[in-house]
Design a protein. Structure first.
Lengths: 222, 130
């Protein structure tokens, strides 16, 4: 019970702060994570005690991921006209992300576990955390890196589009959704309707493509 | 559909995904296979959005709540990881920008070749903000 109550309270505080200041840096997941870890550290309560209640909540990660089919289905019509450039773009983007993680891990001498934890960092959390565990990463590191990636995307999307001359609204939306999942999509929706729709379509598609191509990329490059 | 039946349907699909994952060598997590199953069921109109409306609204609106407990596992990571956090932060930021640029360029380049590169905007006033 304790873990569930603590998680709910921390989450509500995170949502409250985020609603009040509407700043992408004040991400509710980040705030709640800091609050819970802070509370457990200050009170000296063991992680294992928290995990008893926490496991009831994480059980629902499975059904939550299945339900991601709903937003994907709602957007799938928008794929019909531009399916080739969109799918090609998402595949190139996902592969770029994974290959760059592998290359940087080698360059900076990161451990294999860390590298595996970072490879799914551009995809949505329910997919990324489970996938990270499956390939041998640490899900908690994956989740934090996914949140940082999402915040970066939401903050820098307009600048990246301008600086790299990405002008086509479809290209902008796909780029934002592929690189920075649901957090970036909130920004894409502010930029425009097409960008928002394309970005939310790309979240699910990029997740599936990343999960499909990562094992092969790891074999070739790692 | 009644709300508990909706939940049972989603859990059933999730379970089917796990079974497929365990009984074959597919390197795709069971919950993502479950998502693909639900997507196919929706596209074939075997399951309609109305059938699962309450459950999907409930879960999708509080999506991030369910990620919190796994994130708290961060407490357990060792000092070898903790000392690399500045580097990890830097990598996450740079690689996000690289990924975004690579994706955007690819889509833009490929759609230039087809005749109509911009779709007719429904709301053109929102278009020029970037």
């Amino acid at each position: 019970m304790f873990g569930i109550i603590l998680t709910i309270i921390a989450f509500e505080i995170g949502i409250f702060i985020n609603n009040k200041w509407r700043n992408p840096l004040l991400n509710p997941i980040l705030i709640a994570t800091v609050l819970i870890i802070g509370f457990l550290t200050v009170t000296g309560i063991e992680y294992e005690t928290y995990k008893v209640g926490g496991d009831y909540i994480s059980f629902f990660l499975g059904p939550v991921t299945v339900l991601l089919a709903v937003p994907l289905y709602k957007q799938i019509q928008s794929l019909k006209r531009y399916w080739f450039p969109i799918l090609a773009g998402i595949t190139v983007g996902s592969a770029t992300s994974v290959i760059c993680v592998i290359a940087c891990a080698k360059m900076f001498n990161l451990s294999k576990t860390l590298m595996l934890s970072l490879t799914p960092k551009s995809i949505t959390i329910p997919m990324g955390s489970v996938f990270s565990e499956q390939i041998g990463g640490i899900p908690s590191i994956t989740i934090v890196s996914i949140v940082i990636t999402g915040i970066t995307g939401a903050v820098t999307a307009p600048l990246v589009c301008r600086y790299f001359r990405i002008k086509n609204p479809v290209a902008q939306g796909v780029a934002i959704g592929t690189a920075s999942h649901a957090l970036g999509t909130t920004k894409a929706m502010e930029i425009g309707e097409i960008q928002g729709a394309m970005s939310s379509l790309s979240i699910g598609v990029a997740g599936v493509i990343t999960v499909f191509i990562t094992p092969a990329l790891l074999k070739v490059f790692a | 559909m009644r709300i508990l039946l909706q939940l049972a349907l989603i859990l059933g699909i999730c379970y089917a995904g796990d079974l497929i994952h365990k009984s074959t060598d597919i390197p795709i997590p069971g919950n993502i296979l479950g998502m693909l199953i639900l997507l196919v069921l929706l596209c074939l109109k075997i399951v309609k959005l109305d059938h699962i409306k309450e459950v999907s609204d409930f879960f999708l609106k509080r999506l991030s709540f369910f990620f919190l407990p796994p994130a708290i596992g961060l407490m357990l990571v060792g000092d070898d990881v903790k000392s690399r956090w500045p580097l990890l932060l830097f990598l996450c930021i740079v690689l996000t920008i690289v990924t975004m640029a690579a994706t955007g360029w690819t889509v833009q380049l490929l759609s230039k070749n087809s005749k109509d590169c911009t779709p007719t905007p429904k709301n053109s006033s929102k278009q020029s903000k970037v």
